[in-house]
Design a protein around this ligand. Structure first.
Ligand code: FO1
Length: 326
């Protein structure tokens, strides 16, 4: 088990990877982990390039995360964003803490001076030392937008708003008709991304949002082909426990693309590798064990284990269960 690659979104993927690193430190100390991160949540705000999932993984693995929130920094203040709001600028409902702002300022400075997102990410990681190679899925900008199905505030049905406005301002409670991932078709996998998949010994789809996080990475041209071609075993971890999304509003996202919110449906959505899909194996929570026969019947080698990511021992045990599957 020398090379492990994780395709991660934000909080769920970051917490799982922290457990994976803890487990590998014991069973495979010389393993190298690459995390390919969703950049579809990224946006320009206050003239700064915000990369929520890259920062969440970097802070979580680098020891700088606000543990309760799962994003941003602990012991934050919001003096600068209050001043921006006083000018009537920015997104008053989107917290850009003073410490977090420094990350966006440094990244934007690097981008404006010719760095790619990969290079800027590598630079930021020199400080945080996440213990993994952190790769954006693409160096081209990709932004997930949602199409509103109803009027709200100054938006009307049919308008597209950025995913983060839907997710944070409206808590995904405003009906949408679908997602649009701007820039995705023209995007190119960032340097090292496809090789990190094809040359891995193990690829993990962690319990991130299967639609807007893992799904976005899978839609980058070449990624699915790399997953189909890789010599690695591809193992997924269900983000749905007992018919409910572990985190965030993944159930709303799944419903929007016509996938039921349960561990079996998401496993079938990713599909069995022996049947044109992506998964060699699928880890579900013990409460969903009744789905095991159907998953096996679909050609997906599966097992049940506790999947609540309550703390580091829990995520470490999850990682052990993933490795035991292959
Ligand atoms: N999530 C929230 O629910 N409220 C916020 O105000 C918020 C601000 C924020 C700022 C920087 C950042 O990197 C992430 C932030 N997030 C916030 C989390 C973000 O919406 C999620 O991490 C992902 O975009 C979805 O997984």
């Amino acid at each position: 088990m020398k090379r492990v690659t994780v395709l991660a979104g934000g909080v769920g993927g970051a917490r799982f990877t922290r457990g994976l690193l803890a487990h590998l430190a014991v069973v495979a100390p010389d393993a190298a982990v690459t995390v390919i991160v969703n950049t579809g949540d990224d946006m320009w705000l206050d003239g700064l390039r915000i990369c929520p999932d890259l920062d969440t993984v970097m802070y979580t693995l680098g020891g700088g995360i606000n543990e309760e929130q799962g994003w941003g920094r602990p012991d934050e203040s919001r003096r600068a964003s209050a001043e921006i709001a006083a000018y009537g600028r920015g997104w008053s409902w989107f917290t850009l803490g003073d410490l977090d702002l420094a990350t966006h300022i440094v990244r934007t400075d690097l981008l404006r001076n010719g760095s790619t997102l990969s290079q800027a990410t590598e630079f930021l990681c020199r400080r945080w030392q996440p213990g993994v190679r952190l790769l954006p899925m693409s160096d081209q900008p990709v932004e997930t937008h949602v199409c509103l199905a109803e009027n709200i505030d100054d938006h009307t049905a049919g308008d597209y708003i950025h995913f983060e406005e839907w997710w944070v301002r409206y808590r995904a409670r405003v009906a949408i008709t679908g997602f649009e991932q701007r820039g995705l078709a023209d995007s190119v996998a960032a340097p090292g991304v496809l090789a990190a998949i094809t040359e891995a010994d193990l690829v993990v789809l962690p319990p991130s949002n299967p639609v807007v996080s893992v799904g976005t990475i899978l839609a980058v041209p070449g990624v699915r082909q790399a997953l189909r071609a890789t010599r690695a075993r591809v193992v997924g971890v269900s983000p749905i426990i007992g018919g409910a999304a572990v985190r965030g509003m993944a159930d709303v996202c799944l419903h929007t693309i016509g996938v039921e919110t349960n561990a079996l449906a998401v496993g079938l959505h990713y599909g069995a590798r022996t049947n044109g899909g992506l998964l060699d194996a699928w880890l579900i929570d013990e409460t969903d064990a009744a789905a095991l026969p159907a998953l096996l019947h679909a050609g997906i080698h599966s097992a049940a284990a506790p999947l609540w990511m309550t703390d580091l021992p829990a995520t470490t045990a999850m990682a052990a269960a993933v490795l035991a599957l292959v």
